[in-house]
Write a new protein. Structure first.
Lengths: 508, 497
């Protein structure tokens, strides 16, 4: 199946349109089936993928607006492959974990449309098609937060939409400028990323284009000081919304850095390591401290998300293979772990309709299975060795060590601070005596919730112990990327810093 | 004794007049039918008008490009043909909106349709000439007909709007004539190619810039009135609110496209000659227009008024392209309006569907307050989704049509080196997103309003078909972009822009 990427993009969309016909009573099974088929298709993509080929595979190319260089151009490499697989997995898990919500049909159809947009972002190799999916993903998410969210859902939904919309419009101007330069050099219009890679931009142009793209991506990540929309979005979104948001939507931003900023503006990226790293470290420390101060479990995890995204940014801007490989692995692991944590908070919220830690205490005695799974995910989030969280965090920080040991040390506080706020959350909610009367009768995880969570636990431990099947394809593509950046870099400083590592093998 | 002037019929090249002859003949035909037999139904006149427009469309398509005729007064260059086609498509989509579920006063008169066709003829004359006098005649023919059409809606608001529009329009016409006179005084010509020739030779003379730029300034005021640029926009929201919804939608497109073409010809001449002050005036007007009208749209409580301000903002957005003086920029204007036409007419048609003919129902002051659409998704999912598609398209969310229009306009701006202007444009798009989203929020996320079940009160098959066509074009526009873009670019570049 050479056109598997198109199938992956349009299968959920077609399914969503057909789903309008399916009756309300059967929609859950319909949604589950569609998401399961989509996930199996992503697995198929993984098995058909050649891990030794670092370039793009399964390429599809159909001209859309040839006079203006817009093409339907898809492809997948080691960097995007697992993000696609994770999108399929998280959507499936999310739909399994979906409790009884109002208007379930609308929810499931919006999720399927959202899945189309998310897969589209990761496999597009044309900037405009990328932008199309990138923007379109806002629409179903707006509906999910705005309709099923909490008290202040409208405010949160609109803030989310406007913030990201503004950022990406500025990125669009940057894209149009790159296309213009390409046109003036090559004589034809093209928005293909691979064509853009070949373009060697003057340093001064790179510098401002870097910031144009940076705003678009940084708001999505979200980096300090653009992060203020995220706590609202998470705080108000329904469980499934938070799961998708944390697991996949935020990764679009970091993926954008790897896909666009680094290879297109290598000199500017190196020149701006310092400000970006400072922002990332502020993000890590500041939001970790904010997380500690929260009283709402969901907010703790929301802020911890931002904090971990900071480590991903550090890894990406390490400019060497370990760092970038680590950051991509961390995107996957953070997706799985934060997705699972939001699901877990959703479980307790369904039962008690509150997320305040002060309302709980001693849950471990009442809900032992829940406490165990929560504990494992919490350890993975903190980055305990032999869990999935450790590999990415270690590699990212090890990569950045080459740039600046001091900043790596500061970034590494993420692990310590993470342990502090997560363990205190765990202590307040799970240990001690059961203080509230209502908590004594809480039921443990039911079959549906276990079905959603157990696979995630398995993945967390499997990839924590043996990450090689995932790391090898990522590493191949990343090495190709770093080699390419080193060749393309113009300034000697950039060439010196971009490091094609040989030590990655030892790290594994 | 005067020498008889001998003019051969061939040299008149009367074929250049054929589209206007068709439409004027059609209008007269409607009047004659009305004379011969009374009490014919509206549907007959609607379909006759569509047929006349259709023949006109064919006649326009068959015209040769870059021909002159009728003592060189008529000019059929690429942009005039593209503009005429846009006018005709919009008119063909507009006229069937008269076949409503409820009866409205104005459609019971056959004269309504005759006037409408005369108006279209006037607009066609305006774009198919570079003679300032003929432009003025076309403008007046079209405008007088338009004032009457608005007034025929026969509500207090409509009368007020028509009067306001008439007064403002008369003033604009005055400015246009004064501008033309100033230019004539300097150059002794009323035809733009002659004017260009004379200006070319005299541009270096000391002191000549005052009347030349002054003339442009007066013209710009007239254009600003008609395109409704800030600060000449004051009539727009009231007139749109008073006029029937489809008429408001029509006004947001056709008069603006024609005036845009006039602006291209007149102001384009200056920009092309390198008169920087005119270029900066256009940019300043465009920036002020989009920014302020977006701000004002934010605080509107009526959807129709919001759409009125939004159409001002869109006009400002497109106006910016006028200052760039590149083929791409001029093409982007037509591309933008070609896509805007379907989206905006569709949005206004949706308002029309929700309109009753018994006055205000939901709000003492407004016909279409936001609250009216609250929770629409629960009663009319298809209607809410289609309206949301139009709103997302106006916002500029891909893959809907206006995204491609915006993309192309911004790209033209970036190419011309005005990156700061491109940034202003995208920031404005971001501001605009708020008020379009507000309607979506009302429709999808708020609980249903009382009386929501009557929202489709004015629905009829023709209205649904028109809305359906608009929604289909808005959604699937990516597939027509390539042919549309290459046709428009070709037509603009053969016109020498």
């Amino acid at each position: 199946m050479e056109n598997i990427l198109s199938v992956l993009i349009f299968f959920p969309l077609v399914a969503a349109l057909l789903g309008f016909v399916v009756r309300k009573e059967s929609i859950r099974v319909y949604g589950l089936t569609v998401a399961a088929i989509e996930f199996l298709l992503t697995l198929w993509l993984w098995f058909a993928f050649d891990p030794n080929n670092a370039g793009f595979q399964f390429i599809e190319y159909i001209p859309l607006v040839s006079d203006f260089g817009i093409n339907y151009y898809l492809g997948v490499d080691g960097i995007s492959l697992f993000l696609v697989v994770m999108t399929g997995l998280i959507t499936l898990i999310g739909i399994i974990g979906l409790g009884d919500v109002k208007r379930l049909k609308n929810m499931i159809l919006s999720l399927l449309v959202l899945e189309t947009a998310m897969v589209g972002v990761f496999v597009s190799l044309d900037a405009i098609v990328f932008y199309l999916f990138w923007e379109f993903s806002l629409v179903p998410m707006l509906y999910i937060i705005g309709y099923w969210g909490g008290e202040r859902r409208l405010y949160a939904a609109i803030k989310f939409f406007l913030y990201t919309f503004t950022g990406s419009l500025i990125m669009l101007v940057g894209m149009l400028y790159v296309a213009y330069i390409y046109q003036s050099v090559a004589g034809v219009w093209s928005f293909s990323i691979t064509d853009w890679y070949a373009l060697v931009l003057p340093i001064s142009v790179q510098k401002w284009l870097f910031w144009a793209f940076f705003i678009g991506f940084a708001i999505k990540v979200p980096m300090f000081p653009f992060h203020t929309w995220l706590p609202y979005a998470h705080g108000q979104a329904p469980t499934i919304g938070s799961v998708i948001l944390a697991a996949v939507l935020l990764k679009m931003g970091t993926y954008g850095f790897v896909r666009f900023s680094l290879p297109m503006f290598p000199d500017a990226s190196v020149a701006y390591i310092l400000p970006v790293a400072v922002l990332a470290i502020i993000m890590i420390i500041y939001t970790a401290m904010v997380a500690y101060a929260q009283e709402d479990m969901k907010q703790v995890i929301a802020y911890s998300s931002i904090s971990h995204m900071g480590v991903i940014i550090l890894g990406t801007f390490a400019m060497n293979a370990e760092g970038i490989t680590g950051s991509i692995f961390l995107m996957l692991s953070h997706g799985i772990v934060s997705g699972a944590l939001f699901l877990l908070v959703g479980v307790i919220y369904d039962r008690r309709h509150t997320k305040l830690m002060s309302e709980f205490g001693g849950l471990a005695a009442v809900m032992p299975k829940y406490a165990v799974i929560f504990g494992i995910m919490l350890m993975a989030s903190v980055g305990l060795p032999l869990t999935i969280g450790f590999v990415g965090e270690y590699l990212s920080l090890a990569g950045f060590f080459r740039i600046s040991p001091i900043m790596t040390l500061l970034g590494g506080t993420s692990i310590i601070l993470g342990a502090i706020y997560m363990l205190s959350l765990y202590k307040k909610s799970f240990f001690g005596p059961v203080t509230k009367e209502e908590n004594k009768k809480l039921t443990d995880l039911n079959g549906r919730e276990l079905a959603a969570l157990v696979p995630l636990v398995a993945i967390v431990i499997w990839l924590g112990v043996y990450p090689k099947p995932v790391l090898v394809p990522i590493d191949n593509s990343v090495k190709a990327l770093v080699t390419f950046m080193e060749e393309k870099a113009q300034t000697p400083e950039a060439k010196a810093i971009i490091h094609v590592s040989t030590s990655t093998k030892e790290a594994k | 004794m005067l020498q008889p002037i001998s003019v051969s019929l061939e040299s008149l090249n009367l074929i250049t007049l054929s589209p206007m002859l068709v439409i004027i003949g059609g209008a007269l035909l409607i009047l004659i039918i009305d004379l011969l037999k009374k009490d014919l139904d509206t549907s007959l006149y609607v379909m006759l008008s569509v047929l006349v427009l259709f023949v006109d469309f064919g006649a326009t398509l068959s015209l040769g490009i870059n021909e002159r005729g009728f003592f060189d007064v008529m000019l059929l260059d690429g942009i005039s043909i593209v503009a005429q086609l846009l006018i005709l498509i919009a008119s063909m989509l507009f006229i069937p909106l008269a076949l409503t579920g409820k009866k409205f006063h104005e459609y019971s008169y056959p004269e309504y349709f005759a006037l409408f066709l005369f108006m279209v003829g006037g607009f066609q004359f305006m774009v198919a000439t570079d003679n300032l006098i003929l432009i003025f005649i076309g403008l007046e023919t079209a405008s007088l007909a338009l004032y009457t059409l608005i007034a025929m809606h026969n509500t207090r608001g409509a009368l007020e709007g028509a009067m306001k529009y008439f007064t403002m329009g008369a003033m604009a016409a005055g400015f246009f004539v004064m501008g033309a006179a100033a230019i004539y005084a300097v150059t002794g010509a009323v035809e733009l190619y002659d004017i260009a020739k004379v200006l070319q030779t005299r541009i270096a003379e000391p002191g000549i810039m005052i009347p030349v730029v002054g003339g442009a300034l007066l013209m710009m005021v007239a254009i600003g009135f008609k395109v409704s640029l800030i600060p000449f926009h004051l009539w727009t929201p009231d007139v749109y609110e008073g006029a029937s919804a489809p008429m408001a939608g029509y006004m947001s497109i056709v008069p603006k496209v024609t005036m845009m073409v006039v602006a291209m010809r007149v102001l384009g001449l200056y920009v092309d000659m390198g008169v920087e002050s005119v270029r900066w005036m256009i940019i300043a007007l465009a920036v002020v227009t989009m920014t302020l009208s977006n701000m004002m749209a934010l605080v509107q409580r009526d959807v129709k008024r919001m759409l009125a301000y939004s159409s001002i903002a869109h006009a400002g957005f497109v106006m910016a392209a006028l200052a760039l003086d590149t083929t791409k920029a001029y093409s982007s204007i037509f591309l933008y309006y070609g896509l805007f036409l379907f989206t905006n007419l569709g949005a206004f048609a949706m308002l029309w569907i929700s309109r009753n003919n018994k006055g205000h129902r939901y709000h003492p002051r407004y016909h279409h307050p936001y609250e009216k659409f609250s929770g629409l998704i629960h009663y009319s999912p298809a209607g809410a989704v289609i309206m949301a598609i139009f709103m997302l398209s106006l916002t500029g969310v891909p893959p809907f049509s206006l995204f491609w229009g915006k993309l192309y306009v911004i790209s033209a701006t970036v190419d011309a080196g005005y990156i700061w202007l491109a940034i202003v444009m995208v920031l404005n798009s971001a501001i605009a997103a708020y008020y379009y989203l507000k309607l979506i929020v009302y429709m999808f996320l708020k609980p249903p309003a009382p009386g929501i079940e009557t929202i489709g009160i004015n629905k009829s098959k023709p209205l649904v078909v028109i809305v359906g066509i608009s929604a289909a074009v808005t959604t699937l526009s990516i597939f027509i972009m390539q042919p549309l873009l290459s046709y428009i670019t070709y037509m603009v570049s053969v016109s020498g822009y």
